[in-house]
Design a protein around this ligand. Structure first.
Ligand code: BGC
Length: 435
């Protein structure tokens, strides 16, 4: 039996836009995803998150399935425009009340809330003012963080400022696949920097509201393998790691951007404008790093044991172990929580996803074991939050990719445990990896 440390957080992750629905009720303002999904051709199956899993009304059903699985933590995000419809100024009490009900109900069920303060659904009013390209938005973010942390701190200890700064900057601003839909490297890299700045200001604001709170952020981190053992191949691999991971994590942990990547961006004329003092704010000490892991990349040939998933990600659990060890070495062993790890099923014709999801059972079995191995190697991993609790609105893929360990019937909203949820339940209840 491979046992996990005592007090290990076993959790499932979701995000507000992907599950809540209730897009225009009780005073909520519009987010950039509410407007983006209304533009023709942006979402693969023409859907949106207007209703999604209807968790705004059915959060007790979500808690019921989590209770059945036995998790002791739940990672979810707060919709900024539900709390501040214009992103700044006016507060929507009904929105705050919703999250109050949610965190109270979680605590009553012995589930610790782990809150992401921004998971991509920027208030549209702020987008109209330039969005993340406008530095003022980083201050509005800090105000929103202060207000929210202050309102919920009696029940919540762990906070993540921003989900996947790198993906929001790249997909939302450089390749146009996500809201707000820009395709511009200069915009993207400036937004990237401003998001890092917002993270730093968010940590400062959060701590001032809750000095006892634990603050972190959740970048998407990949692992890269060199093509071969030559010096040049190693250098290429190090550069790929610096570009993919260092750009989003060095400023926070080391207070600087990776020099070789900076040089490249400067030569390309796309390096961001960084003001004096920005990196000091960005490198505020954090209490834990959220690790969202999906990708292992091979710069040379893929090994035979690297499998396929229904998505473009590779099935390669060792990548997760290697990544956690790499982070520990590069950033002086920070405390980590895996905040996302999971795999989808492609559902293009059937309305429902598969209950007997053997591929996902195997996936969890292998990836959870990989986490255990990293802990054995000294990585300070304090928890595992899989993506995702529910089948939900998978951004530009609409409902064609289902990541849930719980099936959602989008007509009746019935939630049903899949085999993967039952497997996860065994692990969680034993606090140990099992076959
Ligand atoms: C995001 C989630 C998303 C998942 C699967 C992550 O990039 O944080 O919102 O659903 O990956 O694509």
């Amino acid at each position: 039996m491979l046992t996990f440390p005592e007090g290990f957080l076993w959790s499932t992750s979701t995000a507000a836009y992907q599950i809540e629905g209730g897009w225009n009720v009780d005073g909520k303002g519009l987010s950039i995803w509410d407007t983006y999904t209304r533009r023709n051709g942006k979402i693969k199956d023409g859907t949106d998150g207007d209703v999604a899993c209807d968790s705004y009304h059915r959060y007790m059903d979500d808690i019921k399935v989590m209770k059945e699985i036995g998790v002791n933590s739940y990672r979810f995000s707060i919709s900024w425009p539900r709390i501040m419809p214009d992103g700044t100024g006016r507060v929507n009490q009904a929105g705050l009340d919703y999250y109050r009900r949610l965190v109270d109900a979680l605590r009553e069920n012995d589930i610790e809330p782990l809150i992401t303060l921004f998971h991509w659904d920027l208030p549209q009013t702020l987008q109209d003012k330039g969005g993340w390209l406008n530095r003022d938005v980083t201050d509005y973010f800090a105000d929103y963080v202060h207000l929210t942390v202050d309102a919920l701190k009696d029940q919540v200890t762990r906070w993540l400022t921003i989900n996947e700064i790198n993906i929001h900057a790249c997909c939302g601003h450089m390749n146009g696949e996500h809201a707000p839909g820009f395709k511009d490297d200069i915009v993207g890299l400036q937004v990237f920097h401003n998001l890092l700045l917002a993270h730093g200001k968010g940590v400062i604001a959060g701590r001032s509201a809750s000095p006892g709170g634990k603050f972190g952020y959740a970048p998407n981190l990949d692992y890269f393998y060199a093509a071969d053992s030559s010096v040049q191949a190693q250098a290429e691999r190090d550069f790929a790691m610096a570009k993919g991971n260092g750009w989003v994590a060095d400023p926070v942990f080391l207070g600087k951007y990776p020099a070789d990547v900076w040089k490249l961006y400067e030569e390309q004329g796309v390096a961001p404008r960084v003001l004096n003092g920005d990196l000091k704010i960005i490198s505020q000490p954090i209490d834990f790093l959220g690790v969202n892991f999906y990708f292992a990349n091979f710069l040379g040939e893929k090994p035979a044991d690297a499998g396929k998933t229904d998505w473009h990600a590779l099935y390669y659990p060792k990548g997760l172990t290697d990544l956690l060890v790499w982070i520990s070495e590069r950033y002086a062993s920070p405390e980590m929580v895996i905040t996302e790890s999971g795999c989808p099923e492609l559902v293009e014709t059937e309305p429902l996803s598969t209950i007997h999801d053997t591929f996902r059972v195997n996936y969890l079995r292998d990836y959870i074991k990989a986490v255990h191995e990293a802990i054995q190697k000294g990585a300070k991993v304090k928890g595992y939050s899989l993506w995702s609790l529910l089948d939900n609105m998978e951004w530009q893929q609409g409902y064609t990719l289902r990541f849930g360990i719980v099936q959602v019937d989008f007509k009746t909203f019935e939630r049903k445990l899949k085999d993967s949820a039952r497997y996860y339940s065994k692990v969680v209840k034993a606090n140990a990896w099992t076959e």
